[in-house]
Design a protein around this ligand. Structure first.
Ligand SMILES: [Zn+2]
Length: 442
């Protein structure tokens, strides 16, 4: 039995959005009860007590679009002119980096990214992996790191035609092998989607074979969708279609699938996304950094499109992503009144709903019976904190680095900022060594 108490519990549930001096009682990896700290300590005396020290107790955060493999890019010399547009960013950075990844790099780049997730209170991650030089077994390497560090992950391998037929076929096989493994193991910590890079790197034959394999396995897909204008232009030129239209025609969308970005979608594509009920994942910082434009996610939400929030590897910090989503749309629309509620809805509502459907468990919510993914943040509200204004306190007062304790499936991964599940300094030092070698091959 584990109690996380002496903090302000923020559930955002209609009947009890906030419990001052609250406590979450956990048994066998599940939330048993949420109530007053003194009351629950009396009821469950003898239970291990994790002291929130007056901070906030919240559901673990969920990232619906991430690239663990991008870790070793930090501080790396591109040995090339600084890219100006998206195609150059792929060619000068990501498609060179992923090609030189070796099996150990896959493990260590994932492990350091996962440590960062834990430190930022992220408990479930939907990752999109690429390592064309070592495709086979790569998802299992990432899964090994997740198992060691205790993170809940939904993995996929990005199939694309950019490295030729052999690598493309390996990508399909790796997705299939990992999806089957997840289905057989039925491990509550692991799920899989079928990964696809993007319309412009998937010819008709490859897209058809991939979609057929995904359908045969009953798996949703995870694909970059109209991230840059060049993807939309390529699709119109080669296939005479809009990107979302093409993906729908191949059966790639649907309620179990993730369409990341959707920056350059028109009203017709929004209608398709609404009908398909795929999760569009907004990655505001990545879109700004890659200078690809501002996704019309507020319009999509108004039309009943599902929209979640991700980071695309730019950061592990979902609260930073929440803040930037709030800023980006105000800035883009030159209207300070917009985007107050939507980023919260994406992070706490839609990400949780999609993850819950994917895992067949209630994730991202503090309710009895749900798996115990719980975080504690240091926060002393300088103004009154109430059920009505807690969104503003989270937006303006909290960042990932305020997270002091992270619990996933009832296992305490980090307590008072100490990683308990592994020697984090040792992993990080090993990662630096791997990165040094990788930079020499880049
Ligand atoms: Zn991405």
């Amino acid at each position: 039995m584990l109690l996380i108490g002496n903090g302000c519990v923020i559930t955002r549930e209609p009947q009890n959005p906030m419990i001052e001096s609250g406590c979450v009682a956990i048994n066998s990896g599940r939330i048993v009860e949420i109530d007053d700290t003194t009351m629950l300590r009396g009821k469950y005396h003898g239970a291990t007590f994790v002291d929130a020290a007056g901070g906030l107790i919240m559901p673990g955060l969920i990232n619906t679009h991430m690239h663990f493999y991008s870790s070793f890019a930090r501080g790396m010399d591109l040995k090339a002119q600084s890219p100006q547009e998206f195609g150059q960013i792929l060619e000068r950075l990501w498609w060179r980096l992923d090609k030189v990844l070796k099996s150990e790099d896959v493990y260590y780049s994932a492990a350091v990214a996962m440590l960062d997730c834990i430190r930022n209170g992220v408990t479930t991650v939907f990752d999109h992996h690429a390592s064309p030089g070592c495709v086979e077994g790569s998802l299992f390497q990432v899964a090994d790191a997740a198992k060691q560090l205790g993170l809940r992950t939904c993995l996929c391998y990005e199939v694309s035609d950019r490295d030729g037929e052999v690598v493309a076929a390996q990508g399909i096989a790796e997705n299939a092998a990992y999806i089957r493994d997840c289905q057989q193991a039925n491990d509550p910590m692991r799920r899989a989607l079928f990964g696809l890079h993007a319309s412009f790197t998937l010819n008709d034959d490859l897209l058809r074979r991939s979609a057929e394999q995904a359908a045969e396995l009953g798996a949703g897909c995870h694909i970059h969708t109209s991230e840059a204008l060049s993807d939309a232009d390529d699709c119109r030129r080669r296939y005479g279609k809009r990107v979302v239209e093409r993906l729908r025609d191949f059966g790639v969308l649907g309620p179990s699938s993730i369409a990341a970005h959707c920056v350059h979608v028109d009203p017709y594509e929004m209608e398709i996304l609404q009908q398909q009920q795929s999760l569009v994942v907004h990655n505001p910082e990545s879109n700004m950094g890659n200078a690809v434009g501002c996704a019309p996610v507020l319009a999509m939400l108004r039309q009943g499109v599902r929209v979640g929030l991700g980071t695309d590897g730019y950061t592990a910090d979902m609260l930073e992503s929440l803040k930037v989503a709030n800023l980006l749309h105000k800035h883009a629309q030159r209207d300070a009144s917009v985007a107050w509620a939507e980023p919260h809805e994406m992070l706490f509502g839609q990400n949780a709903a999609f993850a819950s459907a994917c895992y067949g468990e209630t994730l991202g919510r503090l309710v009895p019976g749900a798996p115990a993914d719980v975080i504690v943040l240091d926060y002393e509200p300088p103004t009154p904190l109430t059920a009505d204004n807690l969104g503003a306190h989270i937006l303006f007062g909290c960042m990932g680095r305020a997270v002091r304790t992270t619990v996933v499936n009832g296992r305490v991964l980090m307590q008072d900022r100490q990683i308990l599940v592994a020697d984090s300094a040792k992993i990080t030092a090993a990662a630096r060594q791997q990165a040094t070698k990788l930079w020499q091959r880049f």
